[in-house]
Design a protein around this ligand. Structure first.
Ligand code: TXA
Ligand code: MG
Length: 326
């Protein structure tokens, strides 16, 4: 799929200050040379992202931590040993060379070593850090295929590396080790319990000022179509009732049962958390593209392995109001 020449080309685009979209095991990233402020600015322009929202710097390995962070606490070493390369981002105090464009003017920097082989090859070939947020327009659904990225950005991205479907499908867990007790800023596929076990201490809940991470804004990861999250039977009843009134309804169902009514735009999501996460953003994009009046999603279970999924669904639903079925 991706040849050595493609990697070579992508690395040269980065060196020249261009934008490269690349696959990671979580979602696709929209990357630029993290040491080139003008290049990183292009990411913000392409995404329509506010300049105060910092981006993650992707590294080839944990040995590069000391280049980007001025202090590497024992907790960071533990997390890196246990989870890198992998879907975990660590926030540390930034090294002085890290640009304000990358950190959104904060004194901290987000660092991650991704495990996807294409990301690994690109990072190894490029040599430096790659600043990359998820490859989607600000506030919207993340991209889990190269096709999603191309459709969303077109010519605004100089190079798209196609590494197939992102395996995990939801963004990395983010742990803040830059101040006070370790804090989970964004849940991910690696659970809070696993992170606590590796750290040997409990994680604190994010405080109000942690809202500086936009992935933790109430409304994010959102399709354009209003989305409502409801318990199983209620979700299906509401969908059927709205459809009978002539509304165009899309359903993200957990049940294997067939749609209760013809004419619903229907996606039956996998019942296991791994399968659900893997398919989530592609399903939301498909339902969004159907041009319905509303998307109704069946609430998944409230179990630890569903925590990150429920977090993303709740944010996707924030800002939408429950459709009136009278
Ligand atoms: O899985 C992922 O993390 C993907 C792939 C591409 O690596 N990236 C990703 O990036 O989700 P993005 O920008 O969509 O989300 C990164 C989150 C944002 O909520 C951002 O605010 C937060 O990380 N963040 C970045 N730097 C931070 C910092 N210094 N302090 C607090 N939060 C930070
Ligand atoms: Mg994002």
């Amino acid at each position: 799929m991706v040849s050595d020449r493609d990697i070579e080309h992508a690395a040269s685009v980065l060196s020249a200050g261009g934008l490269v979209a690349f696959p990671t095991e979580t979602v696709y990233g929209l990357g630029a040379d993290a040491s080139n402020a003008a290049a990183v600015r292009k990411i913000f322009e392409a995404k329509g992202r506010p300049a105060t929202h910092p981006v993650i710097v992707h590294l080839a390995d944990a040995a590069q931590l000391a280049t980007w962070a001025r202090e590497v606490p024992e907790g960071a070493r533990r997390l890196a040993r246990r989870f890198w390369p992998g879907p975990l981002t660590i926030i540390l105090k930034r090294a002085s060379k890290v640009s304000d464009v990358v950190t959104g003017g904060q004194d901290t920097v987000a660092l991650r070593v991704p495990s996807h082989p294409v990301a690994q090859q690109l990072l190894a070939r490029f040599g430096g850090g790659i600043a990359a947020p998820s490859a989607n327009r600000h506030g919207r659904v993340s991209a889990t295929t190269a096709e999603h990225v191309r459709r969303e950005f077109g010519a605004a991205v100089d190079c798209v590396l196609d590494g197939g479907e992102a395996r995990i499908g939801i963004e990395s867990a983010i742990v803040d080790l830059s101040r006070g007790a370790p804090t989970l800023l964004r849940p991910g596929w690696i659970t809070a319990v696993e992170i606590e076990a590796a750290l040997g201490v409990a994680l604190a809940a994010p405080t109000a000022d942690a809202a500086r991470a936009p992935g933790t804004l109430a409304a994010h990861y959102a399709p354009r179509t209003p989305l409502t999250l409801m318990e199983g039977d209620l979700a299906l009843e509401l969908a059927a009732s709205l459809a009978r009134q002539g509304r165009r309804v899309a359903v993200l169902a957990l049940s294997a049962r067939p749609p209760p009514l013809e004419g619903l735009e229907w996606v039956a999501a996998p019942r296991d958390a791994a399968g659900y996460a893997h398919a989530l953003y592609a399903s939301l994009r498909r339902l969004d593209d159907a041009g319905c009046d509303t998307i109704i999603a069946e609430q998944p279970p409230q179990a630890p392995e569903w925590a990150a999924i429920n977090d993303r669904l709740a944010r996707a639903a924030a800002g939408s109001s429950v459709p009136d079925d009278t």
